[in-house]
Each structure stands twice: as C-alpha cells, then as structure tokens.
Design a protein around this ligand. Sequence first.
Ligand SMILES: C[S@@+](CC[C@H](N)C(=O)[O-])C[C@H]1O[C@@H](n2cnc3c(N)ncnc32)[C@H](O)[C@@H]1O
Length: 360
Amino acid sequence: MSNTIDDRGAHGPRQAGADAPRLVEADWRRLEELRRQFLAAQEGQPDARPSAWEGERDLELYDAVYGARIGWKWDAFLVDALRRVAPPHGARVLDLGCGTAVASRALLRHAPPAGIEAVHLVDKSVAATKVGARLVARDAPMVAITSSATDLSALSEAPPAFDILLASHLVDELSDDGWRAALRLARGASVVLWLEGGAKSTSRALQRVREELLDEFEPLLPCTHREACGALLEANAHEWCHRFARPPQEAFTTAHFTFASKRLGLDLRSLPYCGLLLAKPARALPRAVGRTRLLGRAKGEKGKAMASICDAAGVRRVQILERLGKQTVRAMVDEPGAVDLLELRWDGGKVVGLDVVEGP
Ligand SMILES: C[S@@+](CC[C@H](N)C(=O)[O-])C[C@H]1O[C@@H](n2cnc3c(N)ncnc32)[C@H](O)[C@@H]1O
C-alpha cells in the first residue's frame, strides 16, 4: 500500500518527547507490556511478539518514552555521522521499520536546512506508517512523505529512489528474508545509517550487516578502519562493539521521564547503542588514520583502567595507567560516552600516552 500524506502541521522541528501525551494508568500498563515483549524478543524467546502494535495509540505511547530514548541515541550518533559523510543536497530517505519515524525525525533535526527533500517510510504495520508520517509532517512540513505499509521482505514494488537508508531497532525483528531484503535495499543507498541498542547479540548482528556490505561501502562508524570486524572473531566472543550516548537534561528534570524511568525500570542515565555508518566512497569524507575506538566502558582497577579497544590492528584488551591522564582514565570508567575515540601512543604492546580525539 502506498499513500502520500498531506495533512502537514505548521510546527517546526522539535526534540523527541518534548510534547509527551498525558498518560493514564492503562497507558503505563501497556508500555510495560510493550517492554516485556521487546526484552523477550531480544532474549530470543520464541513466543515473543515485539512491535505487535494494537493501534495508533500504542505508537504514540511508544514514542513518548521508548522512541524518545532512541531519539537521544540518534542525536549522539548523527552528530558523529554527519562529520564523516557528505550526503547529496536535497537527499531522499528510506526509513525501514520506521515505527514512529524516530530515525527520520532525528535526521531532519540534524541535517542542514533543505538537506532532506523526501522521506519514504516502510513498516509492516499500517498504524506505524500513519503515525510515523504524521510526526514527520508535524516536524518538517516541507518534506515530501510517502509510505508503504508492508513487510519489507515482500515490498512488491521498488520504493521511490533514495540516497540515505535509515534503520533503527530493527535487526532483532528481522527474519532471514527480511534481513536479505534489508541488505538488498541498503546496497541501493549511498549512505546507510543504522542504529541499534547496545546489547551484545544486537551489536553482533549489526556488525554482520557491515561485513556483508563492505565490498561496496566505506565503514565510517563505529569503525576507525575498513579491516574485518575484530569483534566478530571467535577469540573475541566476550567483546562487543557498543558506545554510549549522553542523555539530555529532560531525562532527569521532567516529571514525565522521571516517572517513566521508575515505573518501567528504564535506565535513562545509560544510553548504550551501536550505530553503523556506511557510505559509498564518493560520499565518504576522508578518514583520519591511527584512531582507536573505546568499546563500551572501561573497568577501573587500582591506578589503571582495563579497556577494550578497536582499531586497524583488531579488537583487544589493554591496560591504561591513570598517570597517563587521570581525568580521562577515570571518565572512561565512570562516565559512559565521555571518552569514545582516542589516539594512543604505544611502546611495544603497552599504551604510553593518549589523547581524546572526540568527546560527545
Ligand atoms: C522496535 S520498532 C523500532 C521502530 C523505529 N525504527 C524506532 O527506532 O523507534 C521495530 C519496527 O520495525 C517494524 N518491522 C519489524 N519487522 C519488519 C519487517 N519485516 N518489515 C517491515 N517492518 C518491520 C515493526 O513493525 C516496528 O514498527
């Protein structure tokens, strides 16, 4: 099914969650159930029913809490990503498994004015494409919005031409057919922005997307290199690539999010995510060499931190002495997201100096 939305509101871009609906007890119970199903799916429980939306209200509820939290991760990821690619002016976007179009709306917040011309939403749920389209129209009235309410593995007609493929919190819900269809579509994009949560199995699934597409794309995030993914080696089965976004003030200062956090057992202080940025060579900006990515959070020990790192030499665990930079080393342990990309100086296999290249 394809439809064009033209009931565009007159509002400008806004932050996710800024106008959360008033929630009643039944809404909170529904949010609890949606979370239960999501976690069951992530654990691979066979009877899990993630994203079994029962109507548009479900999506509005999702957007008020879970979608807002995902939007914060997108904010962090896009700040990083848009320093590394040059998407075409007036780009056309394909948002796979759009839900409430959290990804498209985040991109519209971060892209330069008139940077995005059109958004096509795909979701197997009609309710999702409707709510997603409504929210994109509200946030960006000038953007042309179309949608297909269909399972992406059964897209009967090719979607409209697109430059940027977005996917968000989708990989755990894809069947093998869905996975293959997503990869096929990704090959048609010049830029792929795919963000998932920070769980180990999810991150590995996303790195497999990278490996599949490496022949045509430059892997720009989270990778500092284009070698095979070191986290996928059997010897590194305990490692996984994930990063942390830092939550905005509203996560702690609004009654809505304070209550949501308590009621749903949702940690709003910690925003682990894995974000994959791939670009066809013509769209990739030159990459700085010799950089090292910190994987997740370092473990503090007396006078040092033990950190998992990734660079062109692979994924490994290293010791970083506090005397090399006490504040930085402490932040690696205590402030997830504060230290993310490093330049390390080595003597043999030992780290003897470090500089933080990019903070959040
Ligand atoms: C967890 S939600 C994420 C929604 C949104 N992308 C976000 O990040 O907030 C997953 C969405 O993917 C959709 N979905 C899952 N499998 C799909 C498939 N095979 N084809 C199309 N949509 C799919 C679901 O209906 C749901 O709306």
